[in-house]
Design a protein around this ligand. Structure first.
Ligand code: DC
Length: 255
């Protein structure tokens, strides 16, 4: 007789759960749930909760851009003005998600796990949108992002998941909120904004990032035409995750 957890994991063909991944199913159906949206809309929290509810892997693609930004800054390359050097740097790098011993996805650069406090540092945040505008960087990353489909059910968040990375998935969501609401959410995330930040300064920084993300020629931030747009101003992260999980379960009847 199987234990309840085993049943749960087998049923969901999962690669993670609250208790950590236990029973990875090599033949798990590959289902991609795309969550896109502007900066500080709450994508990370929502995507992680959705993955937990559905028993899937949470993949944060913004952290891949941040990892490359960190690598550039380490080499004294300015992502804003030295796109050629950034593109050349890629040949030295290996960046990928893999499953750790608990089979939870971790991001490793040249086989070293990158701590979140490093890649979410304000200095990295300041330059990351410039990295994300470089076509060679996006092309280099998209294959690595698609590789994560092998984990089974993935909940991937970013800016172009539904438009570029997995344009054929049936599960596309675009979550957004008013700029002031987003600024408050970002301010509440310790370590992500410079000391002395105010709602106004954070809102200005978010507006600058949105502008850069929306106006870049390659894979600009925009909802996929078939994405469900969710305005989260009056919803908390749990409510948004429940809504997304319900939609996915309505479409995938056997989840
Ligand atoms: O989600 P985030 O704030 O960690 O994203 C960091 C930057 O990377 C942001 O400027 C947008 C960019 N990005 C992107 O262009 N495409 C993605 N799929 C994810 C992030």
């Amino acid at each position: 007789m199987e234990q309840p957890e085993e049943q749960l994991n087998k049923k969901n063909n999962v690669c993670s759960s609250k208790a950590g991944f236990k029973f990875f199913m090599p033949n798990a159906p590959q289902i991609q749930i795309a969550i896109d949206g502007p900066a500080a809309a709450g994508k990370s929290t929502v995507a992680a909760l959705t993955a937990e509810q559905l028993g899937g892997c949470y993949i944060n693609t913004g952290n891949m851009y941040r990892a490359l930004t960190w690598a550039a800054l380490q080499r004294n390359i300015d992502p804003e003005n030295e796109a050629g050097k950034v593109a050349a740097m890629l040949a030295e790098l290996d960046l990928k998600f893999s499953l750790n011993q608990d089979r939870l996805p971790i991001l490793a650069l040249n086989d070293e796990e990158l701590p979140l406090r490093v890649i979410r540092h304000p200095e990295v945040a300041d330059k990351v949108s410039f990295i994300a505008r470089i076509p060679e960087v996006r092309e280099w990353l998209v294959n690595r992002q698609r590789e994560t489909a092998q984990f089974g059910l993935i909940v991937m968040e970013g800016r172009d998941v539904g438009t570029v990375i997995f344009p054929d998935t049936k599960h596309k969501f675009y979550i957004t909120a008013e700029p002031e609401v987003r600024a408050r959410r970002r301010l509440a995330q310790a370590g992500e904004v410079p000391d002395q930040s105010t709602i106004e300064s954070v809102a200005a920084e978010i507006a600058r990032r949105d502008e850069l993300d929306q106006t870049r020629p390659v894979a600009p931030l925009r909802p996929a035409p078939d994405a469900e747009i969710i305005h989260t101003d009056n919803l908390n992260a749990e409510q948004v995750a429940e809504l997304i999980a319900r939609r996915v379960q309505e479409t995938e009847k056997n989840l």
